[in-house]
Design a protein around this ligand. Structure first.
Ligand code: SPV
Ligand code: MG
Length: 312
């Protein structure tokens, strides 16, 4: 699948009726028996690059989007800023986008409004986590109060009633993050399944995959399981295949790569007052022009701006 085609640039996307991406995400997360991978994106550029790398789907990361806007991952960015960022991600790729909806920015009403807006902007799915507003990134500090199960199920049901099957609904369990233990995590998974979730995201801050593997063992794939191996990054993916995990999210690696690269380049240019030595280490301008199909613009100019001029 060409991920940044001129037709996207020229015609845009009919978000409200085109469910192709939702179907594609559902196939990756819910139907495929193969392990799927979603790559983090936080803007049009990172989305375009992930598509070119070969990924079949994107994760619109709350942490990375907040970071790119200069905010903390603590609901400092508003739901409308998230929706705008998602529109850019959707617009520069043809891949399905699973959006990190945090806790839905409030109660059931905020969550269903967010879902409706995300569907309008072309998202393929929403992940809702059982945190309280304002949330705090799962890896920061030790204060992660869990939402009441019934209240959170109300959020899931409201989203399902609003967008039906037009968005894949992933229910994210923060019970292990909040140190409530495996029984609580499994109880929540059952409740979220009853409430209409299409998949369960089990999150962990452990440096080993043992926690999520024992969850998968106890859960027995009653719904597909999605994981985020940010802290247990050493585990080889064959372990996830063996455990029957559905989908791995590489949640923040483009953003962190950009931070490391920008820091290195800024430091060197500042110190050396010279950009000559850096040139081999940065993307050539031609790469940028190619990534965003500047040739399509030239062709369109020939068609629309100078239709009567002879082409050379
Ligand atoms: C995100 O990418 O914003 C996530 C994953 O929610 S994590 O940062 O691991 O909580
Ligand atoms: Mg997040």
């Amino acid at each position: 699948m060409q991920d940044h085609s001129p037709s996207v640039l020229a015609h845009g996307n009919n978000h409200s009726v085109d469910l192709t991406r939702t179907d594609a995400l559902r196939a990756e997360v819910c139907s495929s028996s193969a392990l799927s991978f979603l790559m983090e994106a936080h803007d049009g550029l990172s989305a375009a690059i992930a598509g070119r790398a070969g990924f079949k789907g994107l994760w619109a990361s709350g942490l990375s989007i907040a970071c790119s806007l200069g905010y903390r991952d603590a609901n400092e960015a508003s739901w409308s800023q998230l929706v705008d960022a998602v529109e850019r991600i959707v617009g520069s790729s043809q891949l399905p986008v699973l959006v990190d909806g945090d806790g839905g920015f409030g109660n059931f009403n905020n969550a269903r409004l967010l879902a409706r807006k995300l569907r309008e902007r072309g998202a393929a799915g929403i992940a809702l986590e059982d945190s309280c507003f304002p949330k705090l990134n799962s890896f920061v500090g030790n204060r992660h109060p869990l939402a009441d199960i019934d209240e959170f199920c109300g959020r899931l049901r409201a989203v399902k009633d609003t967008v039906a099957n037009e968005l894949v609904l992933v229910a994210r369990i923060e019970a292990l993050i909040a140190a409530h233990g495996m029984n609580e995590a499994i109880a929540r998974a059952h409740a979220y399944r009853e409430a209409g979730a299409d998949a369960i995201l089990i999150h962990s801050r452990s440096s080993s995959a043992d926690e999520i593997l024992s969850f998968a063992d106890a859960w027995q794939n009653r719904l597909p399981v999605v994981i985020v191996p940010t802290k247990y990054y050493r585990t080889p993916t064959c372990e996830y295949r063996r455990a029957g995990i559905s989908t791995v999210i590489w949640a923040n690696h483009s953003m962190r790569a950009a931070v490391a690269a920008m820091r290195r380049v800024c430091g060197r240019i500042f110190a050396e007052e010279n950009v000559a030595t850096i040139e081999p280490d940065i993307a050539p301008l031609e790469d940028i022009f190619e990534l965003f199909s500047y040739d399509e613009l030239a062709e369109a100019e020939a068609r629309y701006l100078y239709p009567n001029k002879l082409q050379h």
